[in-house]
Design a binder for this molecule. Structure first.
Ligand SMILES: [Zn+2]
Length: 221
């Protein structure tokens, strides 16, 4: 099993690749920023990842996972998301407070324990935040959703929350907003940069900043 540091680099590179066009190298500076380390530290690690044949790396241009690197990244992502699901569904922890524990456990859970968790959860396809769980063979099902920040007024279903901060997740839950919740986007205020939402069990409309709305993925209806 690769070390937890290697796994965190693979995860970070994979996640940065998601916001770039396919087959684009991720600048080393972006990896450094994401992991809060210096670009020099990243460059040293790139040599290790190259030696392990997990990445394509061009000095001064950037880095990209190769097939083997992607498989490893998907394994960590699967462990992370299954652990979060297990902590919420079986251990009854609050969905707002499982990310940090999953960050640790994703590196130490054995395949045997993971298989048992998966079985106890009846092979879930999504974690408590609505994120798809990669399959055992490393396939990741992409949901067709858009960010609420880009949506026109109308009725939507919240499908995924792409934010790990406990305070924000708790606030969402207080508004009754969790993956699967219905919501109506009633107005956009371009000057205040806010959205107004009407929620089924809330009498007063909820104001949300556009930056916060970016982390909410929704489907029509
Ligand atoms: Zn998480």
């Amino acid at each position: 099993m690769p070390s937890s540091t290697v796994e965190n680099y693979l995860k970070a590179i994979w996640s940065l690749q998601q916001s770039l066009p396919e087959d684009t190298l991720v600048p080393v500076g972006h990896v450094a920023e994401k992991l809060s380390v210096t670009p020099g530290t990243v460059t040293t690690m790139m040599r290790q990842l190259l030696k392990k044949e997990l990445v394509h790396y061009t000095p001064r241009k950037g880095v990209m996972l190769n097939d083997a690197g992607r498989v490893e990244a998907m394994k960590v992502l699967r462990r992370h998301r299954l652990v979060e699901t297990f902590l919420v569904e079986v251990m009854k922890l609050d969905w707002a407070e499982v990310h940090e524990d999953a960050e640790v456990l994703e590196h130490v859970i054995s395949d045997r324990l993971l298989a048992r968790m998966d079985e106890m959860l009846s092979h879930p396809t999504h974690d408590p935040h609505g994120a798809p769980i990669p399959s055992e063979s490393g396939e990741l099902h992409r949901d067709l959703t858009s960010s609420l920040a880009d949506c026109a007024p109308g009725h939507y279903t919240l499908t995924r929350v792409r934010e790990d901060k406990p305070a924000f997740l708790q606030w969402l839950a207080q508004q009754g907003l969790k993956p699967g919740s219905a919501l109506e986007l009633t107005a956009r205020d371009v000057h205040a940069d806010t959205l107004t939402l009407s929620l089924p069990h809330q009498e007063t409309p909820v104001q949300l900043s556009v930056p916060a709305a970016k982390s909410l993925l929704v489907a029509h209806g």
